[in-house]
Design a protein around this ligand. Structure first.
Ligand SMILES: [Zn+2]
Length: 151
C-alpha cells in the first residue's frame, strides 16, 4: 500500500484511483479549484469527469484530508492538502496564487478577542495579502501598486 492508500484506509474512505490521484496532485501543489485539479489529473485518466473530481475533493475535505477554503473576489472554493502546520494563507494580489504558510501569530489577539468580543478564539486561520517572490522579482508587484495608485 502506498502512503495515500494508508491515509484513505485510516479515514475509512474507499481507496479509489481518483482519490489517490487527487491527493498526489494536491500534496505537491498550491491550493487548487476543483477545475484546476481536474485539469491536473485528466492527463493521467481521461475517464474522470469534473463532477467526479469535485465529489471526491468534497469527500476528502469532509474527512479532513483536504482543507477547503474560499477567498478573494472570485468566490471559488479551493482545496489544499492538509499538511498540518501550514494553516495560514499568503495570497498574492498580483497573480492571485495562494501559498499555505507556517508562521507563528502573536498570542495577544486571543485575550483581545475575549475582552472585546467575548469570543473564545480556538483555531485562527489568517489570510495575509501581499506579493509573492515571483511577482516581486519580475516587476508585477510594482505594476500592481502603480496601477492601484492611479485609481
Ligand atoms: Zn504573485
Amino acid at each position: 500500500m502506498t502512503k495515500f492508500d494508508e491515509i484513505l484506509v485510516k479515514k475509512h474512505l474507499k481507496r479509489t484511483k481518483a482519490r489517490i490521484m487527487i491527493l498526489k496532485v494536491l500534496e505537491k501543489s498550491l491550493p487548487l479549484t476543483a477545475g484546476e485539479v481536474f485539469e491536473a489529473v485528466r492527463g493521467k485518466d481521461t475517464r474522470l469527469s469534473l463532477s467526479t473530481v469535485y465529489r471526491n475533493c468534497e469527500a476528502l475535505a469532509e474527512k479532513g484530508l483536504l482543507i477547503r477554503s474560499s477567498m478573494l473576489s472570485d468566490g471559488l472554493s479551493r482545496y489544499e492538502y492538509a499538511h498540518g502546520n501550514m494553516i495560514h494563507h499568503a495570497i498574492c494580489l498580483s497573480c492571485k496564487r495562494i501559498f499555505p504558510v507556517d508562521v507563528e501569530l502573536e498570542s495577544e489577539y486571543k485575550d483581545k478577542m475575549d475582552e472585546d468580543y467575548g469570543f473564545e478564539a480556538v483555531e485562527p486561520r489568517v489570510e495575509i495579502y501581499g506579493f509573492c517572490k515571483e511577482c516581486r522579482a519580475n516587476g508585477k508587484a510594482e505594476e500592481y501598486k502603480d496601477h492601484n495608485d492611479e485609481e
